[in-house]
Design a protein around this ligand. Structure first.
Ligand SMILES: *Cc1c(COP(=O)(O)O)cnc(C)c1O
Length: 395
């Protein structure tokens, strides 16, 4: 049995999304900007997809800008907010230390351009509070950008309340909702957000396509110069098959959301209970305030890379955190932001499941992980010292 438990890195393309996409690779290949009928058929599909995506998050179709994925939407949102602030002489931006690199690296770039960036610390449970945000807002704050669901540990932030704080103080609010859309209810009006990012491949849509929601009144900055596509905010011939696939996937992910959430939460609870029985293990992030499918554990004395390779050999695809950093030996910036020591932040395991996973698969994971942890600990000189009491346990 081989179990795919890395849905926070990417998901499979749903059969329904694939089916919806197929005609747009072959029969309907027109350029949506062309005036002839093949072009107009593509333009109609684009419009329909825009309405579907907007409807899924309670937005208007004029508030959706298709992008080349989640990273691009994050870049575009933050640059838009920064430029809107700068026009009023406001160059302070607030975010958190555990954002995705698409956010953190965009903020690094803005810092070099003279913006002042405040990265809030995250509480040990992996949550930032509205009070933390309120305390950081200044006269010159232009933008707050805080992720909805953390991609490494799965914790949910109180986005609606944070948005309320921002709006009371007249500050723009963006959320990276790439791990939230299709997994928890997302209503841009109820959440008080001005901008929101999403990516199709995190909810069983195709890779390389995403969207930025920007409410009416936001001056969206174009990060790709070119033609008049996306109301002049994103040049380049539209990826019609990808966009159609995204719309089909978001419809499918949101139509039975409550039922799917209950099912996935049940599987996740089994995982948490099973993995917690491993001695000297710890669940990272709040037990309750989390997305249904993601869990992140540390096992003392275990280094993440070895764990992942052995799990793969036994038939479990997992991650040690963000796919972008798992090739490096740096400890996770997310776990460090929670205040975990370096030794522990090295050795985390992220399992991200969803509605396509089964009971049997959870059983397989719960058989493999303890075996591999035991095996690696038995080989480890560090573990030997811990067991002999020569060093103290951290977990
Ligand atoms: C995956 C992810 C991104 C990046 O999305 P891409 O479509 O891969 O560019 C951004 N933010 C979060 C929270 C993510 O999980």
């Amino acid at each position: 049995m081989y179990v795919y438990a890395d849905n926070a890195a990417t998901t499979s393309l749903s059969p329904r999304a694939l089916e919806a996409m197929m005609p747009y690779f072959t029969e309907v290949y027109g350029n949506a900007s062309s005036l002839h009928s093949p072009g107009q058929r593509a333009a109609e599909a684009l419009q329909q997809a825009r309405e579907t995506v907007a409807g899924a998050i309670n937005a208007d179709h004029k508030e959706i800008y298709f992008t080349g994925g989640g990273s691009e939407a994050d870049n575009q949102a933050i640059i838009s907010g920064a430029l809107m602030g700068a026009r009023k002489g406001k160059k302070h931006i607030i975010s958190t230390a555990f954002e995705h690199h698409a956010v953190l690296h965009t903020l690094d770039k803005l810092k070099k351009q003279g913006y002042d960036i405040t990265l809030l610390d995250v509480h040990e449970n992996g949550v930032v509070t509205p009070e933390d945000v309120a305390a950081a807002i200044r006269e010159d704050t232009a933008l707050v950008t805080i992720m909805f669901v953390n991609n490494e540990i799965g914790t949910i932030q109180p986005i609606g309340e944070i948005g309320k704080v921002c709006h009371e103080k007249g500050v723009l609010f963006h959320t990276d909702a790439v791990q939230a859309v299709g997994h928890v209810p997302v209503d841009v009006k109820a959440l008080n957000v001005d901008m929101l990012s999403m990516a199709a491949h995190k909810f069983h849509g195709p890779k390389g396509v995403g969207a930025l929601y920007a409410r009416k009144g936001i001056a969206v900055a174009n990060v790709i110069e070119g033609g008049q596509q996306e109301r002049g905010k994103r040049g380049g011939t539209e990826n019609i098959p990808g966009i159609v696939g995204m719309a089909a996937a978001i419809r499918e992910a949101t139509e039975d959301l409550e039922k799917d959430m209950a099912y996935v939460t049940g599987l996740r609870e089994e995982l948490i209970e099973g993995l917690s029985r491993i001695p000297h293990s710890r669940l990272n992030g709040d037990r309750e305030k989390r997305v249904p499918g993601t869990v992140n554990f540390c096992f003392e004395g275990i280094e993440g890379e070895g764990l992942l390779l052995w799990l793969d050999a036994k038939g479990v695809a997992a991650s040690s955190g963000s796919a972008c950093t798992s090739g490096s030996l740096d400890p996770s910036h997310v776990l460090l932001a929670l205040g975990l020591p370096h030794e522990i932040a090295h050795g985390s395991l992220r399992l991200s499941i969803d509605k396509y996973n089964t009971e049997e698969e959870i059983g397989h994971i719960l058989k493999c992980v303890p075996e591999v942890v035991d095996y690696l600990r038995n080989m480890s000189p560090v573990w030997d010292e811990l067991e002999k009491g020569q060093t103290a346990h951290l977990i």
